[in-house]
Design a protein around this ligand. Structure first.
Ligand code: BG6
Length: 481
């Protein structure tokens, strides 16, 4: 007989977004230019759009006052349509909505003397609209953007000075929204800082790969400290609010039972879990010392950094889950996906962008994360990027329903295994600009947005078949999949 399991009554069903992928209005109401505003659409779907960012490309972007080449300047126009959009989320029964507050709307240069009142007012309106529909906000404080001024002046997170600037922003947010935001996350997918610019805000494409590693892990150290300081601030300013960390979790499997492959997979997993290890346990794990020594990386720490990390671990652990990978000791058979390198798994199918789809892997991930940390977990991103077809005013996205249904079924199994899961915010409930490629045509939503890759279209919102399916899932608290 099936072991009895169901979603807890207060389970947080919802969806997730990021300011620079939805808002648009890139130069409105005092907002400063950010790192997301200088990224062009990728030349190739299998590449990351921010891989080619250089100082020269940023200077060219800063001088360009149009949104023609920079899709994240356009978003999906949430800035002007948030009321309609939140009404659609409410119609699906959302309990929680994840969005980010753009640092550059509050402090246009990152280090201004005073916050920009118009920026705070915009998020006041968003939160008031959520309150009207009893949807709880889950706010990311840094989702792949920072004021470009900090990049040009001090190379973003490579500089220790950025910690104080960020904590000024977080203190302003916690104070201003006190009592209205129950859940915060500091850095979105913090581990992707090892890939560079979009997370670190540091230009390093002109450096050797060893120099890049040194710079990126140092930048990440500054983010760890800033995150711990933000947790400390939140607990003092708004004691009932909870702080989470956020990891792009990429479970990897050994390519064969050969122990050298198993070891290689374990080491790859450690380099992914390192980030949550620091943020949840409050200290650098020993296994990274060896990795740092092997790669000549030396982390510069201030005298009390370790004490700050230790005293301020996060309250809960959140992660995104899109795919798994395969690792072999010889690193053969590299996958073509734009966000992961690893081997092909012959048991899995992949999306059009090469992301390997693995619902059972989500159950494995949830169990492993719960065992490792014993802190509540929150899946804050999951979903299928696909090219939808609008036909006679309808989008029949059964492939998306299949993907989400399979993942939610595995979440239910994990809850049956004893995992404490707070909620699930699927990625991109209303179509938005892709992070990795900056395409509009890579869609995740329950709601179709009439806009193409060049920014043409009426921006009208159209409910897809999956809209009604997710409404039923939430209404039945996950019983009716
Ligand atoms: C995560 C990011 O990496 O995946 C999101 O946190 C992103 O910002 C999402 O949009 C899906 O990735 P993509 O590249 O398909 O938009």
């Amino acid at each position: 007989p099936d072991y009895p399991h169901e979603f807890p009554k207060n389970f947080l069903w919802g969806g997730a977004t990021a300011a620079n992928q939805i808002e648009g209005a890139w130069n409105v109401d005092g907002k400063g230019l950010t790192t997301a505003d200088v990224v062009r659409q990728a030349s190739d779907r299998k590449k990351m759009s921010m891989d080619d960012v250089t100082r020269a490309s940023i200077e060219e972007a800063v001088a360009d006052t149009t949104d023609t080449h920079y899709p994240k300047r356009r978003g999906n126009d949430f800035y002007h349509r948030y009321e309609e959009d939140i009404r659609l989320l409410a119609e699906m029964g959302f309990k929680v909505f994840r969005f980010s507050i753009a640092w550059g709307r509050i402090f246009p240069n990152g280090d201004d003397a005073e916050p920009n009142a118009a920026g705070l007012a915009f998020y006041d309106q968003v939160i008031s609209t959520l309150e009207k529909y009893h949807i709880q906000p889950l706010v990311t404080l840094s989702h792949y953007e920072m004021p470009i001024h900090l990049t040009l002046e001090q190379n973003g997170w490579a500089s220790r000075k950025t910690i104080a600037a960020f904590n000024r922003f977080t203190e302003t947010v916690f104070t201003h929204f006190r009592g209205r935001v129950p859940y915060y996350l500091t850095f979105n997918e913090i581990n992707t800082g090892t890939w560079g610019f979009h997370e670190t805000g540091a230009i390093d494409t002109d450096r050797s790969s060893d120099e890049q590693l040194q710079l990126r892990y140092q930048a990440l150290h500054h983010q760890f400290v800033a995150s711990a300081m933000a947790t400390k601030q939140l607990h003092a300013i708004d004691p009932s609010a909870k702080m989470g960390c956020m990891l792009a979790r990429m479970q990897t499997y050994p390519a064969t039972p050969n122990p050298v492959d198993v070891l290689a997979a374990q080491q790859a997993d450690q380099r992914n879990l390192f980030f949550t290890d620091v943020q949840a346990r409050g200290e650098y794990p020993e296994y990274m010392n060896r990795y740092f020594a092997d790669h000549g990386i030396r982390i510069q720490m201030a005298a009390d950094d370790e004490a700050v990390l230790k005293a301020n671990p996060v309250d809960f652990i959140s992660f995104s889950y899109y795919m798994t990978t395969v690792t072999s000791a010889d690193q053969g058979h590299v996958v073509n996906g734009n966000m992961a390198t690893g081997g092909r798994n012959p048991y899995l199918q992949e999306s059009a962008w090469g992301w390997q789809i693995d619902p059972v892997g989500l159950r494995i991930t949830l169990n492993a994360m719960w065992d490792r940390y014993r802190k509540p977990l929150f899946i804050v991103e999951n979903g299928l990027g696909a090219e939808d077809k609008l036909e006679d005013g309808h989008v029949h996205d059964s492939y998306r329903i299949d993907y989400l249904r399979a993942h939610i079924a595995q979440m239910k199994q994990a809850i049956g295994d004893g995992v404490q899961l707070m909620g699930y915010t699927m990625w991109g409930p209303i179509d938005l600009i892709s992070f990795s490629t900056s395409e509009m045509s890579k869609r995740y939503g329950f709601v179709y947005v009439d806009q193409d890759d060049e920014g043409r279209g009426s921006l009208a919102r159209i409910k897809k078949d999956s809209f009604y399916w997710y409404q039923k899932v939430i209404q039945s608290n996950g019983a009716d999949l």
